[in-house]
Design a protein around this ligand. Structure first.
Ligand SMILES: O=c1ccn([C@@H]2O[C@H](COP(=O)(O)O)[C@@H](O)[C@H]2O)c(=O)[nH]1
Length: 271
């Protein structure tokens, strides 16, 4: 199924715009999982199974798996989501960016090895560096636009001519040129609601992946006001640490579910 079709279906069927980010950090795992060779997979499966009915998508961040030599556990985790929660799209947060020949390998890694439904990509190297992902027309290609970190302003806020900021140019390029298959989305941080509103104005109803609520302190009401579409969708609001590490005991998954529930409800109260 096309990523966008699956995402829209999940927005409706789950009544949720929440994306749970899967950033497993072993030092914060509960004691009963510490030291197990499959700890990353088991920890993440616990979170996924406890929250799947509350989310529109999951977003594993590849660095947390690669840093622990656990790419095999990432493969198994995504296979688990597809098998147990087949209507839940998976975004591989990899922020790839390289020349076309190398990008083609990254696209194979994301979509064929890991079987992700969408990937985050850095647009800085231009259209030909993004083309190999776009060729997978049923997969989502989610381009960094206005990132949630303070240093994002160093480049993304540069005036690229006529008062247009670099992040605005990215939004315009993606909406008007790169999105021929309708499979593009943008990353815009919840820490910058004014820029979310600018991006929404430029791209119409294109979905936005919005990290920065939860641990980074982005405001849910302001984010919804700035980025929601007329039908009350259009957003994937990601929270990772605030949900993953809500508890530290054997009941960590239940604690995660409780925070996910509260976050989903806070989002829905502002739709
Ligand atoms: O601009 C960006 C782009 C990506 N991220 C990623 O989202 C999560 C946020 O985690 P929290 O624990 O909810 O802060 C993480 O995987 C980042 O790599 C982002 O934060 N900002």
């Amino acid at each position: 199924m096309h990523f966008m079709t699956a995402l829209r279906a999940a927005w409706q069927s789950r009544n949720s715009l929440l994306c749970v980010g899967l950033d497993p950090y072993p030092a914060r795992f509960p004691a009963h999982l510490q030291g197990r060779p499959d700890a990353i997979l088991e920890f993440c499966k616990g979170i996924v199974d406890a929250t799947a009915d509350l989310v529109c998508c999951f977003k594993p961040q590849i660095a947390y798996f690669a840093a622990q030599r656990a790419e095999d556990q990432l493969e198994d985790l995504i296979a688990h989501i597809h098998e147990r929660h087949p209507d839940t799209p998976v975004i591989l947060d990899a922020k790839r960016g390289d020349i076309g020949s190398t990008a083609a390998q990254y696209a194979i890694e994301a979509f064929e090895r890991f079987r992700a439904d969408a990937i985050t990509v850095n647009p800085y190297m231009g259209r030909d560096s993004v083309e190999p992902y776009l060729e997978y027309a049923d997969k989502g290609v989610i381009l960094l636009c206005r990132t949630s970190n303070p240093g994002g302003s160093d480049l993304q806020f540069l005036d690229v001519g006529g008062g247009e900021r670099l992040y605005e140019r990215v939004a315009r390029l993606v909406a008007n040129d790169w999105n021929a298959s309708g499979n593009c989305a943008l990353v815009v941080g919840a820490t910058f609601p004014n820029e979310i509103a600018r991006v929404r104005h430029i791209v119409g109803d294109m979905p936005l992946l919005v990290p920065g609520i939860g641990a980074q302190g982005g405001d849910i009401a302001e984010t919804m006001q700035a980025g929601g579409t007329a039908d009350g969708t259009g957003l994937m609001l990601n929270s990772s640490r605030a949900i993953l590490f809500a508890g530290s005991g054997e009941d960590y998954a239940q604690a995660a579910r409780q925070v996910a529930l509260e976050t989903r409800d806070a989002i829905n109260a502002n739709r």
